[in-house]
Design a binder for this molecule. Structure first.
Ligand SMILES: [Zn+2]
Length: 331
């Protein structure tokens, strides 16, 4: 772990790496939280100064792989958050930190197929004080992706000319939706599984449809019979709730700051576009609409336009809106 400190106006700094998953007690009888663990703790103290900015920075999971999201927590320890400006970037890409409770929270994408070290930089300043800057090298583990062959209706492996414009229109709609950044966090607590069932097809799988069309699987498929409930993974706003050519009846939910989840192939949509949904709320029913080989839920996860493993949304803790401190116990 490399760190760089510029400026001396820092009272105390605690940098800890938050690892492990932290599913909250989920509505609807889903499994309770796994306890989070603090894998590493670094403490650094410099002489007191009244103009200091003391920061508590944590990120996790400690050992992420490509195709997942890195969660970053920042809290102004000494003087409170008022008047403190915090910013961050990962690998030179701005990381949106939004106020949550008495601190800041942000998610950064670690895109699929791009393992290796990335640099996390957190900066803060208050008033005219010397800015505080610290950086860490985050090692991103490579993952292996499986390969499979599938058979679907020919209209999905080789769509007829009359639907090509529709497909293009829908692709543009989804792209522009994922670019919309709600400038506040809508989430309230950890993400939960939309269905407490087994994964039938993993994220990132390399696919060959009808011995012809090569594709990647950018979601996680969860088992389910037609008509069984689908719950939204976190609080948010419904941005898309309509039938799409490949995704079938589909719902996209914005959780704030460019973070979205998607739910495809539904037999029934129980929400409308613009609606606020609460974590764990039933938003639709499992189906077999769109490009499928049978009924299941396809669950997707996006951060800053990048397609990530939805399962990784369960691998970090989201601070409760009014209990930031409690969610990050001091070791
Ligand atoms: Zn799928």
């Amino acid at each position: 772990m490399r760190r760089t400190i510029r400026g001396t106006r820092v009272i105390g700094l605690l940098a800890a790496v938050l690892a492990g998953s932290g599913m909250a007690g989920a509505p609807g009888g889903m499994p309770p939280a796994a306890a989070s663990t603090l894998a590493q703790v670094d403490t650094l103290t410099t002489p007191p100064n009244t103009a200091d900015v003391g920061l508590d920075v944590r990120w996790g999971p400690s050992s992420p792989s490509d195709g997942t999201a890195l969660a970053v927590f920042v809290r102004a320890a000494a003087s409170g958050a008022d008047g403190v400006e915090v910013s961050a970037e990962l690998d030179g890409r701005p990381l949106r930190l939004g106020r949550l409770g008495d601190g800041w929270f942000g998610l950064a994408p670690l895109p699929a197929d791009r393992p290796g070290d990335v640099e996390l930089v957190v900066s803060a300043h208050a008033g005219g004080a010397e800015p505080f800057v610290q950086s860490w090298t985050v090692p991103v583990r490579p993952r292996t992706y499986s390969t499979t062959e599938l058979s679907v209706a020919p209209r999905f492996s080789n769509p007829p000319p009359e639907v090509l414009r529709r497909i293009e229109r829908e692709r543009d709609l989804v792209r522009s939706t994922l670019r919309q950044v709600t400038p506040e966090w809508l989430i309230d607590g950890n993400f939960v599984r939309p269905r407490n069932t087994r994964i039938t097809s993993p994220f990132g799988q390399k696919r060959l449809f009808n011995e012809d069309l090569q594709s990647r699987h950018w979601g996680v498929d969860l088992a389910g019979d037609v008509g069984t409930p689908v719950r939204v993974a976190g609080r948010g706003r419904v941005m898309i709730a309509r039938e799409l050519y490949y995704a079938g009846n589909a719902i996209y939910v914005s959780h704030g700051f460019g973070v979205f989840t998607g739910y495809y192939h539904l037999s029934e949509i129980d929400v409308t576009e613009g609606q606020i949904v609460e974590r764990g709320q039933v938003i639709g029913k499992v189906g077999a609409t769109g490009r499928v080989t049978g009924p299941h839920l396809h669950w997707s996860f996006f951060v800053d336009g990048e397609r990530l493993d939805a399962g990784s949304a369960l691998d970090f803790r989201v601070p409760e809106a009014d209990a930031f401190l409690d969610s990050n116990p001091t070791p």
